[in-house]
Design a protein around this ligand. Sequence first.
Ligand code: HEM
Length: 225
Amino acid sequence: MVITNFNGAGIGFGFGVGCGFGVGWGFGGMPLNFLGLGAGGGCGVGVGLGWGFGSAYGSRYRLSRITFQGVEFDSKEKSDSMELSKSSPEISNHKSNKDCLLVINGRVLDVTKFLEEHPGGEEVIVEVAGKDATKEFDAVGHSKVAQNLVLKYQVGVLEGATVEKVDGKDVVEDNEPRSKEMSAFVIKEDSTSKTVTFLEFFVPIIFACIYFGYRLITIADTVDY
Ligand code: HEM
């Protein structure tokens, strides 16, 4: 289970008393999320239901497993010129999003080209760039796919480090199986989350429709002909 934060334009529906803000169920960001805070301004007398556009901030739990579908396999790239041994100072100078090296389990990776594709966002990687990021990488519980990508982006080995095999591949064999590595993928959520998505999206809209329908009927009733 992973918790990620989001923010983005949102629509908030909420209950408020008197004049001011209503705080309630907001959703926003991409993809649409709930558990956000929606703030809307408006004036009313008594107890009412308000809605407004604003920003939604919140956290979401990823309960479903992410699955990857390999769609393309590329041919080996740069592997012949791979420099196998790198020392720490050579790595620590590469810590920007234009030039990003890091170490995972003794393997030196150049993930500059992967930053934009990283499902966890580029910032988390840039934060640990130029360093040994094994702890951070393991803490997330990255999948086998991620571990294989580590091999794909490996450009060397930290000087003095012993590198363990991943799925039968190690740094020596790394020249060989690159032709079978995944270079593009599509993220697909498990279907179990579809009900949740439906509820997140439609429940506030249904409530809003009921409210506005009710208002229309009561206003029509009070018009004096
Ligand atoms: C070391 C610093 C890193 C941190 C802190 C980090 C963090 C994260 C987080 C938070 C997610 C979950 C995103 C979500 O579900 O919304 C994620 C997913 C992922 N990351 Fe990283 N990541 C790091 C490095 C890497 C590296 C070096 C690779 C591969 C070269 C990688 C590949 C992936 C992949 C493929 C996923 C999708 C889920 C999975 O297959 O495990 N990450 N990462």
